[in-house]
Ligand binder design. Structure first.
Ligand code: CA
Length: 426
């Protein structure tokens, strides 16, 4: 694209900030950024939490996030690199439009917005087995735990009744640099933790680092290592008795990771401002316990349906990103969020503040379930429906991971791509 100075008309370079003929400021370069210049991931610091109470969201809290995003990009306007300066100018323009739109709503007296999308309601286990007491899906004929008939059907053989449900876990993980970025700042883990009793737990995690100059790589690796070491150390004591205790254990481990990354970022100027997402799934017996900070996701998949309306896929985690909240209030569609230029702005991350709020949840598992964890490098290129189809038609977890990564790369691979597939069988 040809560009001329608005003051003297002299031709100027596409990304120049000042005219080389008359010396006056040219304003932001109009050239659109290409996929070859992916914007960096932005971990905002010191953001007050965004509350989602009932089905409403505070517009002022959302405005705080947008303003912090503007400030972050303003600090890049003086960067030595012209591409960074151009990205910053464009980001500020886009965020200003969002800010203007939110401000108009507030000016009209609106303090909150009604949320249009929430995490889906999962299948219910409302039918208790008369023999073993385990919950079963509505409409189930036989208990998934002991095989006993749930009213009407033939009773199971005595041997079947005594056999507790044992779930087998097969896991695979894969991470890939993608087609555009130079480094891979993601870290993944899929492995086991050993309990003092000798039994094993499955642990899966995805961390998506940010910070540039290899700091993001360091942040995600440290977070993953601290998380695993903390859990293993705590589980050397005793096994948590209930969901609440499992979730407290996960929150403490995530906070330990947060402290370590935060302290290292403060101690080392080359790593200042580094951060990472962290999404973890811990498999204990027939339950999965999940913790997340940032926008790396966990999904539950099952060919037999996972939601009350029978969908084969459900997202279990909430994205702590600006675009997720804009989707919530209907400002953009989920489809637009996947390609939105400001999709990389996160308001909750590991390592950017001394403390962090952690989302946790616990869900029952049944044979045929798959827990999938991934970074945004996968879900920005591959839809939820495609992920579910590929994973459910590929019995081998390694192959499923490889197919998902290959598809994201085929579609541009604009970011690092990470995925963990954990398959649950009887
Ligand atoms: Ca990413």
């Amino acid at each position: 694209m040809k560009r001329t100075c608005p003051h003297c008309g002299a031709p100027v370079q596409p990304r120049s900030r000042y005219c080389s003929a008359c010396g006056r400021a040219l304003g932001a370069p109009p050239a659109p950024l290409t996929e070859a210049d992916p914007p960096p991931e932005v971990a905002l610091s010191n953001i007050r939490r965004i509350r989602v109470e009932g089905d409403t969201l505070s517009l002022r809290e959302l405005v705080n996030v947008v303003e912090s995003g503007v400030r972050w990009w303003q600090s890049r306007l003086e960067d030595a690199d012209a591409v960074t300066r151009a990205q910053a100018a464009q980001a500020i323009r886009e965020l200003s439009q969002i800010l203007a739109s939110l401000s108009e709503q507030i000016a009209r007296g609106r303090e909150t917005m009604r949320i249009t999308t929430r995490l889906p309601a999962l299948r219910r286990y409302a039918v208790a087995c008369p023999v073993c007491g385990r919950g079963n899906r509505e409409g189930a004929r036989f208990c998934q735990g002991c095989g006993a008939a749930l009213g009407g059907g033939q009773p199971a053989a005595p041997a079947e009744l005594e056999r507790p449900m044992v779930l087998r876990l097969s896991m695979a993980a894969r991470t890939d640099t993608g087609q555009v970025r130079r480094n891979n700042e993601d870290s993944v883990y899929a492995g086991e933790l050993l309990l003092p009793t000798g039994s094993k737990l499955g642990l899966a995690l995805v961390a998506d680092g940010m910070g540039g100059a290899r700091a993001g790589e360091h942040a995600s690796r440290i977070a993953a290592e601290v998380m695993r070491a903390h859990l293993q150390h705590e589980l050397d004591g005793k096994r948590p008795p209930d969901d609440a205790t499992w979730e407290r254990l996960l929150r403490e481990a995530v906070r330990a990771a947060n402290r370590t990354v935060y302290e290292q970022a403060r101690a080392d100027t080359a790593r200042r401002g580094m951060g990472t997402t962290l999404t973890v799934a811990l498999f204990a017996g027939d339950r999965v316990h999940i913790a997340s900070v940032g926008d790396s996701r966990a999904y539950l998949l099952n060919a037999g349906g996972v939601t009350r309306d029978g969908a084969t896929s459900a997202q279990l985690t909430s994205d702590h990103s600006l675009v997720a909240r804009l989707v919530d209030i209907g400002q953009i569609t989920p489809e637009e969020a996947r390609t939105h230029p400001q999709r990389n702005i996160l308001y909750r991350t590991i390592g950017t503040d001394p403390t962090v709020e952690v989302d946790t949840r616990s869900d029952p598992l049944e044979p045929g379930d798959v827990i999938l964890l991934c970074s945004d490098g996968l879900f920005n290129h591959v839809t939820d429906e495609e992920m579910a189809r590929i994973v459910l038609e590929t019995p081998d977890a390694e192959q499923a991971c490889a197919r998902l990564v290959a598809l994201a790369n085929e579609r541009g691979g604009s970011d690092n791509i990470s995925v963990v597939v954990a398959r649950v069988d009887a």
